[in-house]
Design a protein around this ligand. Structure first.
Ligand code: ADP
Ligand code: ADP
Length: 241
């Protein structure tokens, strides 16, 4: 099925077009890389996916729901099915690791989630399993900000795993990392897309590095000045560029 569909979408900020005439369908299980220069509209497109950006014209469907047409409650439910990854990890440093990981269960409201998780029973086993899957086994009660940057990145990915989203929207998740770390995080992120059921979560990720896109994704969508200028399976990228 189709997880994300944009039909004739325009997003205007005043008279500046962030997106114009965009048609895009993302199928379940696909890994789609969004590439293009800064200002091309990548963040705006990802914002349409989680309902934080509303189209000026055209139609957006996400997981079978039209975000702007539903109630706030339904929008919250939709967002719980969508995982967001940003350059900033949105971890709460002073809190123990377990609270940051368990915050995934509470849906997508940034650092508030971690604080709210203080009021919930601790899911120690679940947190431990998620951390093992991302390759670390820290003391669950340790302050999160005592971990290294790389370990904190893994804690954020463990939080994503605990959320168990159907669709992952990642906005420049590796932009600030050196190439080796970026490769590492992309490999981990893509690994987390594989579900025990054999199904794969869907990923839409904006990336600066074209090679990273080709190595880790199935399909590359290039944006330029708010328009899709290339939309090809990675196997065809060499021929297209
Ligand atoms: P990218 O993620 O590819 O860098 P963006 O989606 O952030 O691109 O931005 C697309 C265009 O929309 C840019 O010209 C940007 O300046 C503009 N834009 C984005 N967000 C806003 C906003 N909140 N208000 C006004 N202009 C915006
Ligand atoms: P999540 O909580 O899963 O990171 P959200 O989309 O709910 O995802 O955003 C959480 C917080 O991050 C909000 O406060 C929001 O304003 C902020 N945010 C949203 N989009 C971005 C972005 N592209 N980069 C940085 N922060 C963002």
């Amino acid at each position: 099925g189709i997880v994300l569909r944009l039909q004739g979408v325009r997003v205007a900020y005043g008279n500046r077009m962030a997106l114009d005439g965009v048609d895009l369908s993302v199928r379940r299980g696909e890994r789609v890389a969004l590439v293009g220069p800064s200002g091309a509209g990548k963040s705006t497109l990802l914002g349409l996916g989680n309902g934080t950006v509303v189209p000026t014209r055209g139609r957006v469907d996400v997981l079978g729901v039209e975000p702007r047409a539903v109630s706030p409650g339904a929008l919250r439910k939709l967002r719980a099915r969508i995982g967001s990854v940003h350059q900033q990890l949105h971890l709460v440093g002073p809190l123990p690791v377990v609270h940051n990981v368990n915050a995934g269960r509470l849906g997508a409201w940034g650092r508030l989630r971690a604080l709210r998780s203080l009021l919930r029973p601790l899911q120690l086993d679940e947190a431990r399993t998620a951390l093992e899957r991302v390759g670390i086994g820290p003391d669950l009660q340790m302050r999160t900000d005592r971990l290294s940057g790389g370990e904190q990145q893994r804690v954020a990915l463990a939080r994503l795993l605990v959320q168990d989203p159907e669709l992952v929207l990642a906005d420049e998740p590796v932009a600030s990392l050196d190439p080796a770390r970026a490769e590492d995080v992309m490999r981990l992120l893509c690994g987390l897309l594989e579900q025990p059921t054999g199904h794969r979560r869907t990923l839409v990720v904006s990336l600066h590095d074209f090679d990273l896109a080709v190595r880790h994704c199935d399909r590359v969508v290039a944006l330029r000045q708010g328009r899709v200028v290339l939309d090809v399976p990675v196997e065809e990228v060499d021929e297209a560029t």
